[in-house]
Write a protein that binds this ligand. Structure first.
Ligand code: CA
Length: 226
């Protein structure tokens, strides 16, 4: 579940957006001034920030500028007026998107979904992290989980899953797997591949009643989420 921080001094708007976001299943926190908002970004580590431009203590522009020195969190700015120069300045300071008040909540929700998705894809490009359905892996930390439940994999199991997943939808031969996951010392001994495929299926497919690892007759295996 994504965490969204709303930094908005107009209590009624903050309350309304909070309720709508909670209804959509997001975890929400609110700050009513820029300084508190900036502090909460550090302490609460939200996945997305909805940032009003006109704020007490620190302006939205200033919050944005400071935040961008250390964080690439998606920021959607709220502007009270349809002022082009404010928007341009916000976008220059690193905001990803903006909305002019009053706005339709459906549009804000749509933009939140787009921003979160884009951020996930950008991050995946950097770290090799991948998600399909509820299955997620992060090569940087060798971690995998299904719907938030962590899956304990040995390094070899992880490497095997990762390699198959990199070739999603393509049949990979046992020899390919041996040389790329195990290295050459195991050349020829393809039984070990079948053994590890079995481990993966027990830990993922069987456990969560999904199908990810398919046997391709006379070839090898293929990762495809079903
Ligand atoms: Ca305001």
């Amino acid at each position: 579940m994504s965490k969204i921080l709303i930094v908005e001094d107009e209590v009624k708007i903050a309350r309304f957006v909070t309720l709508e976001l909670q209804h959509e299943g997001y975890e929400v926190a609110v700050a009513h001034d820029g300084r508190t908002g900036l502090q909460m970004c550090e302490s609460w580590q939200p996945d997305l920030l909805i940032l009003d431009l006109m704020l007490p203590e620190l302006s939205g522009i200033e919050v944005c500028r400071r935040l961008r020195q250390t964080s690439d969190i998606p920021i959607i700015m709220l502007t009270a007026k349809d002022d082009v120069s404010d928007k341009v300045m916000g976008l220059d300071m690193g905001a990803d998107d903006y909305m002019t008040k009053p706005f339709a909540i459906e549009e804000l929700l749509a933009r939140i979904r787009v921003s979160l998705k884009k951020h996930r894809l950008d991050r995946a490009k950097e770290t090799g992290a991948r998600t399909v359905g509820k299955l997620h892996i992060e090569p940087a930390s060798y971690s995998a989980n299904y719907d938030g439940q962590s899956i304990t994999l040995t390094k070899k199991e992880f490497d095997l899953l990762n390699y198959l997943w990199q070739h999603e939808g393509t049949a990979v031969t046992r020899d390919d797997l041996l040389s790329n996951v195990w290295g050459y010392e195991f050349a020829g001994d393809t039984n070990i591949v079948d053994v590890y495929i079995r481990y993966l299926r027990q830990k993922i497919d069987d456990k969560f009643t999904i199908k990810t690892i398919h046997t391709i007759r006379a070839v090898g295996y293929m990762f495809k989420y079903e």
